[in-house]
Ligand binder design. Sequence first.
Ligand code: ZN
Length: 435
Amino acid sequence: MGRAFSHIALSQSGPLPFIVTAALFTVIFAAAVAAWLAAKLWLAQRQIRFVAAHREEVPRAFSDRVGLAAQQKAADYTVARMRFSREEVLAETALLVLLTLGGGLGLLVAWTASFGLGPVATDVALVVAVGVVAGLVGLPFSYAYTFGIEARFGFNRTTRATWFADVAKSAAVAAVLGIPLAALVIWLMRAAGAWWWLWAWLAWMAFQFLVLALYPTVIAPLFNRFSPLPEGPARTAIEALLARCGFTSKGLFVMDGSRRSSHGNAYFTGFGRAKRIVFFDTLLERLAPGEVEAVLAHELGHFRLRHVLKRMAWSAAVSAVVLALLAWLVTVPWFYEGLGVPASPERPGVALVLFFLALPVFTFVLGPLASLYSRRHEFEADAFAARHASAAALVTALVKLCEDNATTLTPDPLYSAVYDSHPPAALRIARLRAS
Ligand SMILES: [Zn+2]
């Protein structure tokens, strides 16, 4: 154990009121993985059954606007995506188990130690190795999704050349941003004493602001072309709306989303005075100026009602708790041994990787709360849009977006409650009509 590790004394039980042994933690972890997998597969199965059962009938609230063919397409698309997601979940779980209890991470730990690098570089190499393994497992799924499902339903517009270029660029961005961050955190874990996690938290916050600042002007243009929103009725309506809401922005842009997919979207990016509003060209093609205005009013609502700020505050608080938990787990041997790796407090990168591999299994139960919180914000932003633009235009925009994206109008209520960040269109439209 190095000098820098005087603060990390391996304690046998930690502050828990009972003795956790490696064997017990293995059982807890295995049970959590099994429950996590079963829950995901069961929810997917429910969604498939519910959507398929409603394939032949358009809900009454939509029957004047949506045809039966659109309802059937949305059902088939949803079912295909669910089946695909089940395979993805199985692969993800297999990878997790192989890396942890299967001893894969132990092999990578020994392999990276054999490079003869310095202590921080050895751990960074481990983080990169795990990232590469996870990336390689995910790649065929991403390929099959784009050129299989998306192509089959007529949404894909990307070429194989663009797709492979995107993969290379994403990997380069992840390396350029991720490797220095990993090195900094690992160095802090080694050198900053018992409160390293507080410093790591500050570094993480600074990193997020950096990415937010770089995204609109440096990262996003690597993948897409952005041009100023041309003069016309849509621009006039949008500028009037921004003036009405007292909103300043660095610019209105159109993104060539149609290069890759026919799915439409609009988003805000950047912060402070450098905020940009970006519309996918696919959105502008389909929506009338009044509908674009209503969609933007909804997005403005997220800003004006401080949803963005609240989410950032939540995420900051959660990361602090998560890092404090990690700071404790680094010091207990059952955490490593229970997950199939020899206790290695002298290599904090091991705990870092292990922790972020295992964490989603335990935090899955919090997902529905986050979804609920997000859906509440969506209703509030809809109400804001109804006040500052036209509720009727937002309704027609939502119907068009559902139809164009083949979003099911009849999701399984439980599946939706667990996963959906946006309320089902039927609920949103019912509220908008009542407003
Ligand atoms: Zn929203």
